[in-house]
Design a protein around this ligand. Structure first.
Ligand code: UFG
Length: 337
C-alpha cells in the first residue's frame, strides 16, 4: 500500500515507518522536522533496507499537504504530527489548538482533496483524564484535564463526525498509554530537547550520568509502593499496533477508538529498579512533592485491541529498559564525541 505518515520522522512515527517499510509498503514521510533530526529518514532506511520518500511539510500548511497527497495518492494516512508536552500545552494552549486541532483539520481536508479516507490517528490515554476505573475501557467517559488532552479529544470528535458525514471514511483513533524504549538497532529513539518531561528518558539520563538524580513526584498515592503506576508499552509494539489498525481500516468502515497498552502497570520505583538492572548503573532518586495534574494509576484495558486489531504487546519491561539504555548510551557517545 501507499501510506503517508505525518510526523514520520518523530519518535513513534519513525518506528512505525520502519515497520511499514519492512512489511513492504510504500511510504511518504511528511514532517516539519521541528522536533526531529534531519538524518532520521536515512537511519530508517539503514534499518529497513529501503527508503521512504520525504517531504518537509508543516501540518498546518494545507496547500502543501494537498500537493503532497494529490501527488503521492496514498491509500491511507497515519497521523502522528503534533505537539505533545502537557506542561507546555498549559502555557501555550492556542499554539496547541492551532497545531494539533487546526493541523488535523487541514490534513483531513487535504485527504478529501486527494480522495483518501483511511486514517489512523495518534490519540492518547490522556483523553480519559482521572479515570473512574482501571484498567480503563474505551467506553470510559472522556474528560481530559489539560489543553493537550483536549486537543486529542477534539480531533477524535472531528474524525467521528467526518465518518458520520462521509461513509467512505475508515478511521481508528489509537489511544496510546506510555510509550517507552527504542528500536533494538539503537539507530532511532526518543531524543527529548532540554529537560525530559517523561519518566523513562529522565531515568536514562540519570543512569548515563547526565543528571545527578531523579525526582520522584510523590510517594503517597494509593498504589502498592505509593508512587504512580503507568502502563508502559515498548515503542516497537506500539508501531506494530499501527499496522494492525491500518489493516482494520481496510476491512471496516466507520470510526473506532482503541486503547494501545499492555494492561500491566509498573510504579515509578519499579521502573527505577528495572532500569538499574538493565543498565548496570545506579539511578539515585529523591522523593519530592506530587506533580500537579498527575494521577495515581493509568492502565489500559487491552481487550478491545486484542479483539479488533488481533494485536497484543510482546516486549516486556526488561526489553523496554534494555533498548532505552542502548539508545541512551549511543546518544551520550554522540554528544560527547
Ligand atoms: N515521574 C516522576 N519523575 C519524573 C517524571 C515522571 O516521578 O521526572 C512519574 C510521574 O509522576 C508518573 C510517572 O512517572 O507517575 C510517568 O510519568 P510520565 O511523565 O512519563 O507520563 P504520564 O503518564 O504523566 O504522561 C504520559 C504522556 C502524556 C500523556 C499521558 C497520559 O507523557 O503525553 O501519559 O496518557 F498525556
Amino acid at each position: 500500500m501507499r501510506v503517508a505518515v505525518t510526523g514520520g520522522a518523530g519518535y513513534i512515527g519513525s518506528h512505525t515507518v520502519v515497520c511499514l517499510l519492512e512489511a513492504g509498503h510504500e511510504v511518504l514521510i511528511l514532517d516539519s522536522f521541528a522536533n526531529a533530526a534531519p538524518d532520521v529518514p536515512d537511519r530508517i532506511a539503514g534499518i529497513a533496507g529501503q527508503s521512504a520518500q520525504v517531504m518537509r511539510v508543516d501540518i498546518t500548511d494545507r496547500p502543501a499537504l494537498t500537493d503532497a497527497l494529490t501527488g503521492f495518492r496514498p491509500e491511507a494516512v497515519l497521523h502522528f504530527a503534533g505537539l505533545k508536552a502537557v506542561g507546555e500545552a498549559v502555557e501555550m494552549p492556542l499554539e496547541y489548538y492551532r497545531v494539533n486541532v487546526a493541523g488535523s483539520l487541514e490534513l483531513m481536508r487535504a485527504m478529501e482533496a486527494a480522495g483518501c479516507h483511511r486514517l489512523v490517528f495518534s490519540s492518547s490515554a490522556t483523553v480519559y483524564g482521572d479515570p473512574d476505573v482501571v484498567p480503563i475501557p474505551e467506553t470510559h467517559a472522556l474528560r481530559p484535564t489539560n489543553p493537550y488532552g483536549h486537543s486529542k479529544r477534539m480531533v477524535e470528535q472531528v474524525i467521528e463526525d467526518w465518518g458520520v458525514a462521509n461513509p467512505a471514511v475508515a478511521a481508528v483513533n489509537l489511544r496510546y498509554f506510555n510509550p517507552v524504549g527504542a528500536h533494538g538497532s539503537a539507530q532511532i529513539g526518543e531524543a527529548p530537547q532540554g529537560v525530559p518531561n517523561n519518566l523513562m528518558p529522565y531515568v536514562a539520563q540519570v543512569a548515563v550520568g547526565e543528571r545527578p538524580h531523579l525526582s520522584v513526584f510523590g510517594d503517597d498515592y494509593d498504589t502498592p509502593d505509593g508512587t504512580g503506576v503507568r502502563d508502559y508499552i515498548h515503542v516497537v509494539d506500539l508501531a506494530q499496533a499501527h499496522l494492525a489498525a491500518l489493516d482494520l481500516t481496510g476491512r471496516e468502515g466507520g470510526v473506532q477508538a482503541i486503547n494501545v497498552g499492555t494492561g500491566r502497570g509498573y510504579s515509578v520505583l519499579e521502573m527505577v529498579r528495572a532500569f538499574e538492572t538493565a543498565s548496570g548503573r545506579p539511578v539515585p532518586y529523591e522523593i519530592i512533592a506530587r506533580r500537579p495534574g498527575d494521577i495515581a494509576t493509568s492502565l489500559a484495558d487491552p481487550s478491545l485491541s486484542a479483539a479488533r486489531l488481533g494485536w497484543k504487546a510482546e516486549r516486556d519491561l526488561e526489553a523496554m529498559c534494555r533498548d532505552a539504555w542502548v539508545w541512551q548510551s549511543y546518544l551520550a557517545g554522540k554528544n560527547s564525541g
